[in-house]
Design a protein around this ligand. Structure first.
Ligand SMILES: *Cc1c(COP(=O)(O)O)cnc(C)c1O
Length: 401
């Protein structure tokens, strides 16, 4: 039998690292079919705002079970579009989670509205509907839950609250393309759902994003917003031989190119296989790591089918001789590209300065943050990569136990 991993010398103390090359926490997979799809667009007449945008949007609606999909130049632009389409404006408030990437809260500020944070639950680290309820005021216009790590937020209680108080729910599903909630696809559940196609996400367009909705008016507002606030599109005008257009509201250039959409369309065909690979890796981690005393693995609730964008573990501080800083550095020295998701948004200097947060307002998120470590999780990982992650985790946590 192999020597127990925990007896080996840590790489950070001069021992041999578990792997020779660095394994990132996330990475895209691009195959020959993807490359050819992009090349064909480069050789065609339309490299932006052409036929590929519509084709990608239509394929996307089919995949997530929504009536409309509107492509954006990034997930952040898509969030901004959704905040606009929800009617957020100065004087309004929107409630979101501190356990997210800062773009989720920033999109509220882009519209001149005020972000209000609600704490998360200790199990999934998703926004706590009871805390959301306690923070609703006359000014609240929207709730923006995040499907943290790819595990859908507690969507039904959130939607019930929204219905009672006439609020719009924008689901930030940038982690959750392909996730399920009570048998439904994420993307067709809330008023609007936002996705990202950044390279670490489930499919990529380089930079890119999408908003899905069943509401035709919201879809129209989203299309207006991504194109300078101009009605109709240039391709329609060209086809009809027209020059006249009207700018009816202040919008942006948030269009996704045909180059990106062709890549997205090709990538979307691989979503199911990407998801099953991520689920396989999660199952492998779950089985191997559940017996390490003091490690807290991600919770999966029975109503949820997670998409596993991340695999965040936590640990019980009292079970180890080292804190997150040392454990993190030790795992990195083993060439395992661990990361931390997330620094609670309200603790960033900008938010502290603007809103006077001290960093102890959301105790559950804050306590979770202290020990969070994301293990590598992406669909291109080999079995050997996953084994390396498990070996390094056993080695490092075993050493500090
Ligand atoms: C990736 C991400 C975004 C931003 O998406 P970009 O495409 O990088 O702009 C927003 N929210 C969450 C939760 C994300 O993970």
């Amino acid at each position: 039998m192999a020597r127990a991993r925990s007896e080996e010398k840590l790489a950070i103390e001069g021992g041999r690292p578990v792997r020779r090359t660095f394994l990132p926490y996330g990475h895209q997979s691009i195959d020959e079919e993807d490359i050819q799809a992009v090349v064909r667009v480069l050789q065609s007449d339309w490299i932006t705002t052409g036929p590929k945008v519509v084709e990608f949007e239509e394929a996307f609606t089919g995949r997530v079970d929504a009536k409309h999909a509107v492509a954006f130049s990034s997930g952040t632009a898509a969030l901004h579009g959704a905040a606009y389409a929800a009617g957020l404006q100065p004087g309004d408030e929107a409630i979101t989670t501190p356990m997210t990437f800062c773009a989720t809260a920033n999109c509220i500020l882009y519209q001149g509205a005020t972000p209000v944070f609600a704490d998360v639950t200790a199990d999934t680290l998703n926004i706590n509907p009871e805390d959301v309820a306690s923070r609703i005021t006359e000014k609240t216009k929207a709730i923006i839950p995040v499907d943290y790590a790819g595990h859908p937020a507690d969507l039904d209680p959130i939607r019930e609250l929204a219905e009672e108080r006439n609020l719009i729910v924008i689901e930030d599903a940038c982690h959750a393309l392909g996730a399920g909630y009570k048998g439904k696809q994420v993307g067709g559940i809330c008023d609007m759902t936002v996705f990202s196609f950044h390279p670490v996400k489930h499919i990529t367009t380089g930079e890119g994003g999408m908003v899905t909705t069943d509401d035709a008016d919201m879809a129209a507002r989203l299309r207006l917003f991504r194109n300078h606030g101009i009605e109709g599109d240039a391709r329609q005008r060209q086809a009809k031989g027209q020059w006249y257009y009207e700018m009816v509201d202040l919008g942006y250039n948030y269009r996704l190119t045909d180059i990106g959409c062709a890549l997205g369309q090709s990538q979307l065909k691989k979503l199911d296989q990407n998801l099953s690979r991520r689920r396989e890796i999660a199952a492998c981690y779950n089985a191997a790591l559940k017996d390490i005393h003091g490690i807290i693995l991600p919770t999966v609730k029975k109503e949820a089918l997670p998409a596993w964008h991340l695999y965040p573990i936590r640990f019980d501080q009292s079970s180890f001789r080292a804190g997150r800083t040392e454990i993190f550095a030790a795992l990195r020295a083993e060439n395992i590209g661990v990361n931390v998701h997330y620094i609670p948004v309200h603790t960033h200097p900008f938010y502290q300065k603007r809103f006077g947060y001290h960093g102890n307002e959301y105790p559950v998120a804050q306590a979770a943050y202290e020990t969070l470590i994301s293990l590598p999780m992406f669909h291109g990982m080999t079995d050997q990569d996953a084994e390396n992650v498990i070996d390094a985790t056993e080695k490092v946590f075993g050493h500090y136990a």
